[in-house]
Design a protein around this ligand. Structure first.
Ligand code: TIU
Length: 239
């Protein structure tokens, strides 16, 4: 019986990683208007949101490839309930932003679920049947059903994209690593308001022989997926 293997060797640092695509999910962290567009939460914190734009096209490539290959896709959004009951005062009161979480802004209330700014950018908009995790924290596992959602289809590996590298991407990878997932952060699919934090955030993941996981790229994933589709093998005596 001819069957195609579901595994590929993905070029990554600190070493290549064998991925079973049926046990792998693409996780796209917080590619929301609130972080990437002017007038949102990221800009209220004093950040130059144009720094994040470089991750959009590589994320779109990964989304297209995952959909074509049948790889599970998970989108996440950071944000809070309209009544702010899930927003700790310590988060709302932090620093001296130009607007605070829940204040009205040009894209609706800042970082509030259901508002235009909270939604995912048009270029990466989820399909109706894709998983969207709404999270109140920086990590995607805290106070969400993500763990159960990944466990049911037997997901063991996460390809992680999104923003920002050192905040929600790093927090989510650390949470996932402690839960036993193999995380591969796709460097060009992530970005930070601070390019040096992006670089250091990636180095933290792969340091000490991969203390939190692996670092790879969108090009490497595309190459690995191309290998996977051509890996035909013969199993059993009869054809
Ligand atoms: N401020 C910042 O860099 N990030 C966040 O607040 N959230 C995410 O990273 N998504």
């Amino acid at each position: 019986m001819a069957t195609s293997t579901t595994t590929s060797l993905l070029v990554a640092e600190p070493q290549p990683i064998e991925l079973d695509w049926t046990a792998t999910a693409l996780v796209i962290i917080d590619m929301q208007r609130d972080f990437l567009e002017p007038g949102g939460f990221g800009e209220t914190l004093g950040n130059d949101v144009s720094q994040l734009a470089r991750a959009i096209a590589p994320c779109a490539d990964m989304l297209r490839a995952a959909r074509a290959a049948g790889v599970l896709v998970v989108h996440t959004r950071e944000g809070h309930l309209p009544d702010l009951t899930d927003a700790p005062p310590a988060k709302i009161e932090r620093g001296a932003p130009s607007k605070r979480i829940g204040d009205p802004g040009p894209m609706g209330r800042i970082l509030i679920r259901g508002e235009a700014g909270h939604d995912i950018i048009a270029e990466l908009y989820p399909l109706d049947d894709e998983i969207v995790i709404d999270k109140p924290g920086k990590g995607a596992f805290y106070a969400t059903a993500l763990g159960d959602i990944l466990q049911n289809p037997g997901i063991a590996n996460l390809l992680v994209c999104g923003v920002t590298t050192e905040v929600c991407v790093n927090t989510t990878v650390r949470e996932a690593n402690d839960r036993g997932y193999r995380c591969v952060v796709l460097a060009d699919c992530c970005a930070s308001y601070f390019p040096e934090f992006h670089e250091i955030g990636l180095r933290m993941i792969k340091a000490q022989d991969g203390i939190f996981g692996w670092v790879s790229s969108s090009a490497a994933v595309l190459a690995a997926l191309a290998t996977e589709t051509s890996n035909q093998r013969t199993v059993g005596a009869s054809q």
